[in-house]
Design a protein around this ligand. Structure first.
Ligand code: AMP
Length: 400
């Protein structure tokens, strides 16, 4: 099937073809006709399924530039907000509509100005509510309300904000909800705020067949050395290394700097810093991104070939979100978990839902891990001055 077979506006089809989409993904093929027919849609799909175009294209088809907000898309994170806005801008290359990303952590003044003349607002719940309270956001003309990654918005505690925001949106609208997982809260939301929604379940566009998932048994003290060894061995185009906390992210980034071009991303950084880090990774200047779950949510970098779980995620849901950063848009990928005895309990939850093989044992050189002081109590890493195991890599060797 081709995009034009869906009967979409040729201006949109042209833009999508220029982006390089050859045919619609599952969720696009099923959802676009439903939205065009005026239905509310409840989509079970995660990032990687192509859901942004699934709701973005039929919405953009139905709106014109009026300088009044006709579409509100709520998303959990700033990164996803930027990403969805950028996709909308690409889709509407041949249509004159104005699209605005509205999130917290940046100045509000410019947003207030831009809100006076825009057609589509993509926003995070906290900042949207802030604008509503300041009366700088008029939602009277909304035709489409989208709740994107609803489960994550709930996980992040936005449920009350979302309910409040919906009170300001006219009832005569189309409501589209997308969520990777379904909980009783989500079902409750759908029952209260959607009209006879059509349920759609999408195959992940991140093809698990193209994703190799393995784990290494390792002790806490050897984790860093094994990570360095595996990065040297695997030579990722881009690797995302997930850690449990911000402090941990900072420690790992600082130590990795001796070996590769690396940056850290977490919620403690300003938005402009986070944006510039993402740009450096996308441009290929940086190969390794050390991240927390929240900061990496929704990240869409096609060149990510490897995901490392430096710390095992607590839930299988987090695991799935993490591995979804690789094997994107038909590319292959590898998800590598470093498993310590302390993580066995968490890993049992993950293994229940995923197919992960144990990796072959590796010999690697033990490296020094310098602990950032505040991190010391929690992880109590030892410093190693002696080498153990077969030395395949020199301490100072860079990978690229
Ligand atoms: P999303 O689930 O919307 O975050 O999309 C995941 C990735 O798939 C993004 O990089 C999109 O640009 C890409 N994508 C979405 N739809 C298609 C398509 N029909 N063909 C190829 N790539 C696509």
């Amino acid at each position: 099937m081709k995009f034009q077979d869906l009967g979409l506006d040729p201006q949109l089809v042209k833009a999508v073809e220029e982006i390089g989409y050859e045919e619609p993904t599952d969720i696009q093929a099923t959802t676009i006709p439903l939205i065009r027919a005026g239905r509310d849609v409840f989509g079970q799909s995660s990032t990687g399924s192509g859901k942004t175009a699934a709701f973005g294209l039929p919405i953009l088809e139905r709106i014109q530039h009026k300088g009044r907000i006709q579409v509100l898309v709520l998303v959990p994170t700033r990164e996803l907000c930027e990403q969805v806005a950028q996709e909308f801008v690409k889709f509407s290359k041949y249509k004159s509509v104005k699209i605005l990303a509205v999130y917290g952590g940046v100045g509000i003044g410019q947003q207030i100005k831009n809100l006076k003349d825009t057609d589509v607002v993509i926003g995070t719940p906290g900042r949207i509510l802030d604008h509503i309270n300041r009366r700088t956001l008029d939602l009277q003309n909304i035709k489409f309300l989208v709740l994107d990654e609803a489960d994550k918005m709930f996980d992040m505690g936005f449920v009350r904000d979302i309910r409040k925001i919906i009170q300001y949106v006219p009832k005569a609208r189309q409501t589209l909800l997308f969520s990777a997982t379904i909980s009783s809260d989500i079902i409750h939301l759908a029952k209260n705020y959607m009209v006879n929604p059509e349920k759609v379940k999408a195959e992940e566009y991140v093809q698990t067949g193209k994703l190799k998932q393995i784990y290494h048994n390792v002790t806490v003290g050897d984790k860093f050395s094994l990570l360095v060894h595996l990065l040297a061995q695997e030579k990722p185009t881009v690797a995302v290394v997930f850690c449990a906390t911000r402090k941990r992210v900072n420690s790992v980034e600082k130590n990795l700097k001796k070996y590769t071009s690396v940056l850290a991303i977490h919620g403690g950084l300003t938005q402009s810093k986070r944006n510039s880090i993402m740009d450096l990774v996308k441009s290929g200047e940086v190969n390794v991104l050390v991240a927390t779950d929240v900061a990496a949510r929704g990240i869409d970098i096609k060149t990510v070939t490897h995901v490392f779980n430096y710390d095992v995620p607590k839930t299988s849901k987090d695991y799935v979100h993490r591995i979804g950063r690789t094997a994107r848009a038909g590319e292959t990928g590898k998800a590598i978990t470093l498993l310590c005895p302390e993580d066995h309990e968490n890993f049992r939850h993950v293994l229940a839902d995923s197919d992960i093989d144990v990796a072959e044992q590796q010999d690697f050189q033990r490296l020094q891990f310098e602990v950032i002081r505040t991190d010391r109590q929690r992880f109590n890493h030892r410093r190693f001055s002696n080498n153990r195991g077969s030395a395949r890599h020199s301490n100072n060797r860079r990978w690229r």
